[in-house]
Write a protein that binds this ligand. Sequence first.
Ligand code: T3D
Length: 261
Amino acid sequence: MAFETIRYEVAEGVAMIKLNRPDVLNAVNAQMHSELRTALKTAADEDAARALIITGEGRGFCAGQDLRDRNPDGGKVDFAESLDKNYNRLVRTLRSIEMPVIAAVNGVAAGAGANIALCADFVIASRSANFVQAFVHIGLVPDCGGTYFLPRLIGRARTAGLSMLGDKLTAETAAEWGLIWKCVDDDQVVGEAQALASHLATRPTKALALIRRALDASFDNTLDEQLDLERDLQTVATQTDDFREGVKAFLEKRPAEFKGQ
Ligand code: T3D
């Protein structure tokens, strides 16, 4: 597929999107949003992909909105439309796509770039990477779900500190705080993400997506509501071929061969 601002490939069940504007630390412009939409739709529509990695080219993961397109002297921007059509749509897609999503954070993740990473199911970051809620430095509020994900992951006090100060949070501290899955040496970040994605691509894909749905609802539900949701999601899971295969394989004392169906 011919893209300019990203690269997209699928191999052995794993789709990989690489943000590809390294000169600006993979800052996002309108073309990148459009290409991301196409790539994510392709990944979702093709049976070939059962896990998704997002990473960045060069020394950055993503520096958020390309601010050269937000020059106040350059004309009026409809920010509500930009968020609705681009950023919020991207977060909603990443959060609902029916396969696990891994962010391989190879370098700085700032502004929307940080929160796009943090909405992944797994975040693996290189030791030299850092996360910056950079919005406050230009008079903005965290978006892309930052004010939703951060308090749930690290609590209000740390969220307020990161959001109001806009300081860099190292990958190591992010891992200590439970904000991300793990921090690894710089030369291992993509390899670790690929190994994890390859493993996940052999797992019961529909159950993985249902697990995400249960977790996403849990902070807002009462125990009773969550029990009801688990019942409903389990009902869906029990209708999959992978559930039948999992039980059969257990009874036959052999490894299950899940097909993601
Ligand atoms: O607008 C809407 O639709 C609403 C949505 C908003 C979402 C948002 O994401 S708002 C937040 C936007 N992002 C930022 O404010 C981050 C801006 N960047 C930085 O603060 C720093 O660049 C970093 C902390 C990310 C990294 O710092 P450092 O020192 O490692 O690198 P650098 O030298 O600042 O950047 C390297 C180059 O990338 C540099 O270009 P140059 O001088 O080599 O030609 C720099 O200008 C460019 N760059 C970095 N971030 C952006 C960018 N260019 C355009 N837009 C960027 N966001």
